[in-house]
Ligand binder design. Structure first.
Ligand code: CA
Length: 156
């Protein structure tokens, strides 16, 4: 009995002594269940939507949802702009095709025979290139339309 108590007594003071690291500096006691605190000026302060100083799980997940939504909207806007750009380009190409013979006519009427000859020489290349461009445009349209239709059908 006495041996047991003396052993226990020996152990106790060692436990109370502050723990030191390899350099002999006492380490701060680690308290269990310490609340987590954001550092000052943290990037994630905005997550505290109601400003009560606590970032709840709900606030965290909501912020994630909002971020995802913003990202999706940005992507859609980008896609929209891209489509507008391509459409404008296709119109420009079509107008060019339409006005090309007129240009030849105008230069020949004005008397710029060399110019009209040069433009006529370029015409075959030009028409093939533009036809390819417009065909690619309509092809891409049909493809993406079919793809989005397919996705909608899969959803429903
Ligand atoms: Ca909060």
């Amino acid at each position: 009995m006495s041996l047991i108590t003396s052993l226990a007594g020996d152990k106790k003071p060692a436990k109370d002594k502050p723990e030191t690291n390899a350099f002999g500096v006492p380490m701060a006691k680690k308290e269990e269940k310490q609340p987590k605190v954001l550092e000052g000026g943290s990037l994630f302060e905005y997550l505290d939507a109601d400003g009560d100083g606590v970032i709840t799980d709900e606030e965290m997940s909501r912020a994630k949802e909002i971020a995802e939504f913003d990202h999706k909207r940005k992507m859609q806007e980008n896609e929209d702009k891209k489509e507008d750009q391509i459409r404008a380009m296709a119109w420009f190409a079509l107008w060019g095709m339409l006005l090309y013979p007129v240009l030849i006519l105008v230069t020949s009427i004005v008397g710029q025979d060399t110019a009209s000859q040069l433009i006529s020489d370029i015409a075959p290349t030009y028409f093939v290139a533009i036809a390819g461009l417009v065909a690619a445009f309509f092809g891409a349209q049909a493809y993406s339309k079919g793809k989005s239709n397919g996705a909608e059908k899969k959803k429903s």
